[in-house]
Ligand binder design. Sequence first.
Ligand SMILES: [Zn+2]
Length: 186
Amino acid sequence: MKPNLVDPKKHGIRAGIIWWATDEAREDYGVTAKDLEAAGVRSLNILIDQSLVEPLRQINQDLASHQLEVEIDDGYRSKELYELASRKVAERKGDSVSKSLFNLTEMPHTTGKAVDIALVSTEGTRVPLFDKEDGTEASFLGYYEQFDDEKSRKFVYLQKLLGRIMISNGFEYGSKGEVWHFNYVG
Ligand SMILES: [Zn+2]
């Protein structure tokens, strides 16, 4: 079914911009304006299917007692953007990293019902779910559970809090088990 795409920011839900269209993506992966045009990216705004708006608002209400809310880092992605992003990552970081990050079999973001979620404080400061410095494995569920230091315990706590609230509002983790990726199943 064709997604009915809306801008979450117009519905009071925090959202960033499409990362693949940023200067950082151009510098890190050599993504050009021409590449983006070919992938059908016409705006920097992240879009999501309209059916996600109410559940995400409820999730923010559930997170409010923890002084947290969600920020959407990625939503709808065309098939062409998937292909572009996975190709660029493969060129710079190798096939195995690209394969670990992009689900080209299911392409869940093409439905508009998949979101990559970050936590922010109610003032808008990022509250990280993992540390990029810990490498690609740190992106996946369960990674920090093998450690018992304060930082790891904090990440485990935040990941479980977010996961529990997302799941109770109709979302599921994706098949790759990334800590930030959720599919709305209603
Ligand atoms: Zn995702």
